[in-house]
Write a protein that binds this ligand. Structure first.
Ligand code: B12
Ligand code: SF4
Ligand code: SF4
Length: 365
């Protein structure tokens, strides 16, 4: 008789398919999931109606797949060498979130997860049920990632892997196989509060609690129609998403970079300034949006964001922002009480989060 498919065989295959981390969580209604309804009730989802619509299923993956026993969670590094927005002092520079620089991760990661699942079906002596999701399914991916040992949920609400940092895409395979479970990740934020202090719009209202209606990522990606006047200044020069609360995180100070062609910045977005972006024709922008996750705002949404950022960079508004911190990573880390693993200590200062002499870009708009 063929032996059962093991978790270690799945993880080995995941690595060979390009995933940087992989773990297995129990398919259960973990205690953290209860916070989701409270978060919705506080209005923190804004206009993201799909989160309300799917709240029942999000309470437990067994409502998505009743036979589920385990959730395989993958993490894929998308970090590339281009500088952080907090390293840029030029108010005319357009900031686009790192995750959106290359190809659409829903498609790239989705295809890789489907390959992993196809391999699992071949390798398993018994048939099983499974569902694959990347971002778009009714699953709280971060909670399952934490329980799969892929990383802890930081005060900035992102999953942080101690070796990879937080520049990772998550993906899940919910399945009915009883695979061996990983130990959950434990919180390594310590006494650090850098992300809470750096958020330009104070969207992190408490450790681990994000009010989307104030978050630049929500305002520039999810919000449809006109940008309300009260939020326009806070957006600064961000034209799609925001990375500030991850850029200041000491765990990303020496984060590994990916050489995967899928995540390398497209020329249209790489270190581009607002005027150049605004001057691009509809055809040029549409071509750059092809197979990009930035299609979510559509051309119209991107144009709206560029207009708001241009007004901000022209000094038409002042911004009620706080400093993202112009200290070195070591200074930040020591004062924040974060301990990096010894293997990463030496390289932690390679990315200085600030060079001391330049104006703070978060206050420059
Ligand atoms: C809606 C959504 C958003 C919203 C809300 C984000 C948020 N922080 O909740 C907006 C549009 C603002 C957003 C922004 C971004 N997003 Co988003 N988003 C999602 C999505 C689709 C659902 C998240 C959700 O339900 N949020 C509501 C909160 C309440 O639920 P939750 O995230 O599961 O959080 C749980 C824990 O925080 C838990 N909890 C655990 N411990 C503790 C402790 C305490 C004290 C508390 C209070 C709570 C708590 O409670 C919650 C569950 O009840 C997920 C994909 C998915 N299906 O999970 C991607 C996802 C979270 N996003 C992702 C990314 C990349 C981003 C951005 C970086 C994009 C960008 N650069 O602009 C930013 C990051 C902003 C940030 N600091 O979170 C990645 C995150 C990867 C990672 N390393 O964590 C995900 C996982 C997509 C993916 N498959 O890779 N996103
Ligand atoms: S993504 Fe930007 S606006 Fe949103 S919580 Fe992080 S720093 Fe604040
Ligand atoms: S900046 Fe500090 S508090 Fe915020 S997620 Fe990173 S380690 Fe945790």
């Amino acid at each position: 008789m063929t032996s059962a498919l093991t978790a270690s065989a799945v993880k080995q295959q995941a690595r060979s398919l390009g995933f940087d981390a992989c773990g297995v969580a129990p398919a259960a209604n973990h205690p953290e999931l209860r916070f989701f309804r409270e978060w919705l009730a506080r209005g923190y989802a804004g206009e993201m109606a799909y989160l309300h619509r799917t709240a029942d299923r999000r309470a437990d993956v067994r409502r998505v797949l009743p036979s589920a026993q385990t959730v395989i969670v993958t993490a894929t590094v998308y970090n590339t060498p281009s500088p952080y927005s907090t390293e840029c002092a030029d108010p005319a520079r357009a900031h686009i979130a790192r995750y959106a620089w290359g190809d659409d991760y829903h498609e790239v990661i989705g295809a890789r997860l489907e390959s992993l699942l196809a391999w699992m079906r071949d390798a398993s002596p018994v048939p099983f049920e499974a569902r694959v999701y990347v971002d778009t399914g009714p699953v709280q991916e971060r909670v399952y990632a934490q329980h799969a040992g892929v990383g802890w949920i930081g005060k900035n609400t992102c999953v942080i892997n101690p070796d990879l940092g937080s520049w990772v895409f998550l993906g899940v395979i919910i399945c009915s196989l009883p695979l061996a479970l990983d130990a959950p990740s434990f919180d390594q934020c310590g006494t650090c509060t850098l992300c809470l202090e750096a958020c330009p719009t104070h969207a992190l209202v408490a450790p681990g609690v994000l009010d989307s209606t104030r978050c630049i990522s929500y305002l520039t990606i999810e919000l449809r129609g006109d940008m309300p006047e009260e939020h326009r200044a806070g957006v600064g020069s961000h034209v799609y998403g925001c990375d500030v609360c991850q850029e200041v995180c000491p765990w990303n100070a020496a984060a590994p970079r990916s050489d995967d062609a899928a995540w390398q910045p497209r020329t249209a977005w790489d270190r581009v300034d607002l005027l150049t972006l605004a001057g691009r024709s509809d055809d040029e922008l549409t071509a750059a949006l092809h197979n990009s996750s930035m299609r979510r705002t559509k051309l119209q949404g991107l144009r709206r964001n560029i207009d708001v950022a241009l007004e901000n960079s022209a000094g038409l508004r002042t911004r009620d922002g706080r400093s993202a911190g112009r200290q070195s990573v070591s200074q930040n880390r020591v004062s924040a009480g974060v301990r990096l693993p010894p293997s990463r200590e030496a390289s932690a200062d390679r990315h200085s989060l600030g060079d001391g002499g330049q104006p703070d870009p978060t206050e420059s708009a």
